[in-house]
Design a protein around this ligand. Structure first.
Ligand code: LMR
Length: 335
């Protein structure tokens, strides 16, 4: 309640300040939850640079990284209240907006590689998903990559059996919850900003994320094992409020669209390398043993996790899942 009142007050102040003078720049507050030194953090900073340059200072972008302004769920509310204008939540976090379809990206092993993923995010399916946000007052601007996830834990994970009974932190996605249950683990939904402490204190035993997130949040300091599983994808949709976006002068909107195209190309170009750099840094830190999965372990994970596709089909939509299978050539019977 207190948070809501503060948010309303903040939104009101933003509105008042925003209307102070016609010559004032248009301010875009861009809030996100990861470190600046990650694919998303760097892309948000790149967008700021390009937006300010292309609009010749008529737009000012203020980037707030690392949950400094809002945590996961709060930032969605803040966008709807007008207290921030831009976010890039991970695709696992759109369920709270009532669009479970975005959780299709969480289905284990659905994308063999970044190329298969790009066919979806940069093709008609991706455009349709972004458009599905509009009835909720949200404008979807772009997809930004992060990468494929690894499991980390307090004991080594060589196959699904090693996850039985483990308390695993997940993002707020039903698909991820079902994924952990399929492995016999106990899923704990938790904001990203709370994960390091939860791992350190032992509230949870492990988690999953691409390496850039694991490393920049220093999770390797409190997780003695990381297993290179690539069992699922984590990426983002950049979103703004439709009211804010539609209310921009047309010329400015075009320039911002251009800045967003450039930032998206940048994000998708650097993501893989950023994750490779991060796992190399974890290796160099010497705190964490990095477990490579052998063929038996990989097959066992695939076999344990494929049923999640069927279990989640009703929630996500059979047609959407099948459309992705067709687009990427994924064959669920090949497991
Ligand atoms: C997480 O909560 O684990 C990630 O989605 C954080 C992020 O935005 O990459």
């Amino acid at each position: 309640m207190k948070y809501r009142m503060l948010s309303w007050l903040f939104a009101l102040m933003v509105g008042l300040v925003g209307s102070a003078a016609a010559s004032d720049p248009i301010v875009i507050r861009f809030s996100h939850v990861v470190a600046p030194d990650t694919p998303k953090g760097k892309a948000a900073d790149y967008f700021k640079q390009r937006a300010e340059a292309l609009t010749e200072g008529r737009v000012r972008v203020e980037v707030y990284p690392n949950s400094t302004l809002y945590k996961d769920r709060e930032e969605m509310e803040a966008l709807q209240l007008g207290a921030v204008q831009m976010l890039a939540p991970s695709l696992a976090k759109f369920g709270v907006l009532g669009v479970a379809e975005f959780e299709v990206f969480d289905l284990p092993f659905i994308f063999d590689d970044a190329e298969a993923l790009a066919k979806v995010t940069r093709g008609p399916i991706g455009r349709r998903l972004l458009a599905s946000l509009e009835p909720r007052g949200i404008k979807g601007l772009a997809f930004w990559d992060n990468g494929f996830k690894s499991f980390s834990a307090n004991t080594p994970i060589h196959g699904p059996a090693d996850l039985i009974g483990k308390r695993m932190r997940i993002q707020p996605s039903k698909v991820l919850e079902t994924q952990m249950q399929a492995l016999g683990a106990v899923p704990h939904m938790m904001a990203f900003s709370e994960v390091y402490d939860a791992l350190r204190i032992g509230i949870v035993d492990g988690t999953e994320n691409p390496h850039s997130n694991l490393y920049t949040q220093r999770m390797h300091e409190v997780q003695p094992y990381i297993t290179l599983t690539d069992h699922g994808y984590l990426g983002y949709a950049v979103i703004t409020s439709k009211k804010f976006w539609d209310g921009l002068p047309r010329g400015i909107r075009r320039q911002l669209e251009q800045a967003m195209r450039e930032a998206s190309d940048f994000a998708n170009r650097i993501a893989r390398e950023e994750n490779e750099r991060a796992i190399a840094a974890v290796r160099a830190a010497g705190t964490t043993e990095i477990v490579e999965l052998d063929a038996v372990g990989r097959e066992a994970f695939k076999r344990a996790l494929l049923p999640v596709h069927g279990a989640m089909a009703e929630r996500i939509g059979v047609k959407l899942i099948e459309a992705i299978y067709r687009e990427t050539g994924f064959d669920p019977n090949a497991f």
